[in-house]
Design a protein around this ligand. Sequence first.
Ligand SMILES: CC(C)(COP(=O)(O)OP(=O)(O)OC[C@H]1O[C@@H](n2cnc3c(N)ncnc32)[C@H](O)[C@@H]1OP(=O)(O)O)[C@@H](O)C(=O)NCCC(=O)NCCS
Length: 166
Amino acid sequence: MTSYLFDDLKPSDEPIVRDWLQRYLHEHLQWWSEALGTPWSSEQIKQHIATHDLEERDWNELFLARQNKNTLVAVARNNDDLCGIVLAELGRDRYMKVPTGSIGWIYIDEKHRGQKLGQRLLRIAHDWMHDKGVIMREVHVTAANPSAVGLYKASGYKVIDHRMLG
Ligand SMILES: CC(C)(COP(=O)(O)OP(=O)(O)OC[C@H]1O[C@@H](n2cnc3c(N)ncnc32)[C@H](O)[C@@H]1OP(=O)(O)O)[C@@H](O)C(=O)NCCC(=O)NCCS
């Protein structure tokens, strides 16, 4: 079994995390464009990401989140290899008016999937939320993403709202 060390995000992690962001954005833009009935080609997706600086924006947000006491960015390493990342944020529910914790992003390197690393990173995020007084956790997940839906269900989340595109 692979052993993992849990750590903070470092400037030297940038190339790998940017590669993960590219892959993640690509996959999600494919699903969303399909849902709208206008599936984009790989080339169109790349162009869209570049035109709107999506990778740059998401990387900058992650990097800044490290210094914000209301956010957590945790990574998993195996020796010097970066294996996964989770971003969690604190908030307050608009209607229930209780402290909330949301999972902003989770990504496990393909080579390390299926080894419960996603579940371990989620647990780190949940422990942090618990320490911060969170009583309600939430996450937005695309229905076309069975691994993420499976991970959240296995970690105690259940579907409350549906985002519907038309
Ligand atoms: C979703 C993701 C983080 C899961 O990470 P992982 O480390 O492979 O997941 P784990 O090994 O911790 O899996 C824990 C549980 O989640 C569920 N799960 C994980 N992968 C699954 C899959 N492909 N299909 C169905 N359920 C799955 C299972 O219940 C699993 O428990 P089991 O192994 O006993 O069956 C990973 O696939 C990933 O990085 N995907 C791309 C990024 C992404 O889509 N992130 C979600 C954004 S909202």
